[in-house]
Write a protein that binds this ligand. Sequence first.
Ligand code: NDP
Ligand code: 2IT
Length: 450
Amino acid sequence: MTYTHKTITELRHSSPAQAEFYQAVEEVLDSLGPVLESNVIYQRQAIIQRIVEPERQLMFRVPWLDDNGNIQVNKGYRVEFNSALGPYKGGLRFHPSVNASIIKFLGFEQIFKNALTGLPIGGGKGGANFDPKGRSDNEIMRFCQSFMSELYRHIGPTTDVPAGDIGVGAREIGYLFGQYKRLTGRYEGVLTGKSLLWGGSLVRKEATGYGAVYFADYMLNARDDSLKDKRCLVSGAGNVAIYAMEKLYQIGATPISCSDSAGTIYHSQGIDLALVKQIKEQQRGSLIEYLEVHPGAEYTPVADYPTDGHAVWRYAADAAFPCATQNELTKADAESLMAKGCQLVSEGANMPSTQDAVDVFIDAQIAYGPGKAANAGGVATSQLEMAQNASMQKWTFSQVDQQLQQIMKSVFVTASETADEFGQHGNLILGANIAGFRRVADAMIEQGVV
Ligand code: NDP
Ligand code: 2IT
């Protein structure tokens, strides 16, 4: 039995019904064969058995009162996966689909992503099966306060530092921070993605989307090409998608689509980004409203998506930026992209492509940037926020942006050089997985059997 099969079989027994988690583990372990074979120390040290088991998993009740005075109950999570390289670091997701499998897959990915940045941060993730849609500001605040009333005892600026993810942005981080401060009496960098008024870092809001575009450009530069004048499909219309589109425009490319949980907008002349920001950031509305201003754009509701995939990936484009959620790009989607001439995929989201879609990209030898490399700019800039908080400094936009670019460059170079080392030129998923793994595994060995 291969390492992958053995590990997944064991996980199916010890952690049943966690499909997304097995998928993330399988993808990493599939890359590690040559490293495990040539370094028996990883086997002797039981690194794989240790690395797939979180150091600690918290699950807790989150009771709160809705605006009608009814008691609502959600399930909260924080998975503190690996602290070999630093305090647990990773976002919080509030979405009705959240369960232990989703949080564990995200936490597992986060370990290798954070390692790949070269920064001193371990891996963790959390969230709740709370649906913020249609909830008032007061309900969001009460939910965040209840969530933090349990979480506060487990986190701290040198132990575990949460941030945002789907459904958690600056507003939620504000309410969470307020409750943490009230309960502990401490004003410290325990969360990142904070408001610029009180401890946040410039560029953090933009960092994931900008980073995914910088990464894409580095991939193309290595092929004597660039993103300039490229037509780009983007999915999602949240934090990552919006700032990916902003950076695409800044470097002379054109985003021609975006999507949300209800449907997809395709606008051949280029997405009206100011309008998307207004609909999503200010009104928290639906993308269907885009048609009120641009009746000439195409809108496909989810009900009309192809049965084997998603409308957004069926258009022709030079490049694709999946920036919504996991498994939003299937094998059939990947085949359609390839057939229509797409040359690049840079993942702003975490694990947006199914495993068989990734295989299509690797076989086609396009420029493919896996999420744990391409979207690492968000967490990297979170670490820059931690550094500013700890040293009581505030850096300028361009100071942070320069560092973000350097980090994305270094993530690209590390993943590429590692792929070359294993004779797989251009296979950045293999390079990213091996480079991230080695850094964590070597630290674990030096720290003993803990
Ligand atoms: P947001 O909540 O800001 O936006 C998410 C977007 O994706 C929304 O447009 C949302 O639609 C859509 N979406 C979410 N879930 C689904 C679903 N199940 N089906 C269809 N559409 C969906 O989140 P972010 O932009 O922060 O996160 C997007 C992705 O990027 C996630 O995979 C996240 O893990 C990843 N990521 C985020 C980082 C960050 O710094 N924020 C860093 C690295 C990765 P709607 O508007 O209708 O809700
Ligand atoms: O998936 C991710 O990297 C994030 N949601 C950001 C994590 C962070 O700590 O900034």
